[in-house]
Write a protein that binds this ligand. Structure first.
Ligand SMILES: *Cc1c(COP(=O)(O)O)cnc(C)c1O
Length: 242
């Protein structure tokens, strides 16, 4: 059970993130309502996730399929919109279709094809984002920038997926300038992709920015930020929190 103090902290964190995001938007000459806030829920209990949805969180992002299924069954996400943001194996796609409004993390044609096939079985068109590995890091998923155009081209040809934008996790670093350069590079791809005129592609969502860099991301054009730690606090990887 959450203590009263934990509830106060969680509520405060949500308010603070929203305020800082709104301020970053205004500083960039943008409107606060242009930026969607996704709470990254991994490792958090059903109670904490639900409490957040009752206190200002309208979109939850989950990044492990099993965790999502367990919490989904426990109705952790309440009436919030649910999106998938993590690395996704093709054999698990079938569990997500019908449950998530968006799969943010599509970095290969194979994954896009499997999503399209499962969506077709459900008679739906699944919204996706293409994940770009903007730093070209071996440890990260996402398509390499030089493979991005063929992937977009192929994804656009699949009738049961709709590419709604891009997602990226830039390399972790303390160099503010470098961080912004990566974020700006993602935005350039986003803008250029939007000019391609594919019928099945609408470049509307630019998902970048986490607890450490969401203000930079908003400055560089993000329309959606994914925040875990700054909302829920540090994750304890040693504990099973379910
Ligand atoms: C955990 C996670 C986040 C949030 O990370 P924080 O640094 O805790 O804000 C964002 N995006 C993805 C894909 C994640 O897995």
């Amino acid at each position: 059970m959450m203590t009263e103090e934990e509830k106060i902290i969680l509520r405060d964190n949500i308010a603070r993130v929203k305020e800082r995001a709104a301020e970053a938007a205004i500083r960039a000459g943008r409107k606060p309502e242009e930026i969607a806030l996704v709470a990254a829920t991994k490792m958090n209990s059903t109670e904490r996730i639900r409490f957040a949805t009752e206190n200002g969180i309208a979109i939850c992002g989950e990044n492990r399929v099993q965790e999502l299924l367990d919490k989904y069954e426990q109705q952790a996400y309440g009436s919030a919109d649910l999106q998938f943001i993590g690395t996704l194996q093709t054999n698990k796609v079938k569990y997500l279709i019908g449950k998530v409004s968006m799969i943010q993390s599509v970095g290969s044609l194979r994954l896009g094809e499997v999503i399209a096939k499962e969506a077709a079985k459900h008679g739906i068109v699944q919204d996706i984002l293409l994940e770009v590995n903007i730093g070209g890091e071996a440890s990260k998923s996402g398509v390499a920038p030089n493979q991005f155009w063929p992937l977009l081209d192929a994804a656009a040809a699949q009738p049961h997926i709709r590419v709604r934008g891009l997602m990226a996790i830039p390399p972790v670093n303390d160099n503010d300038k470098l961080n912004r350069a990566y974020l700006a590079a993602v935005r350039q791809l986003f803008l250029r992709a939007g000019e391609c005129g594919y019928a099945n592609v609408a470049m509307e969502v630019l998902s970048m920015g986490m607890s450490g860099d969401y203000e930079n991301a908003i400055r560089e054009g993000a329309t959606l930020v994914r925040i875990g730690t700054a909302i829920y606090g540090e994750r304890d990887y040693g504990l099973k929190t379910m």
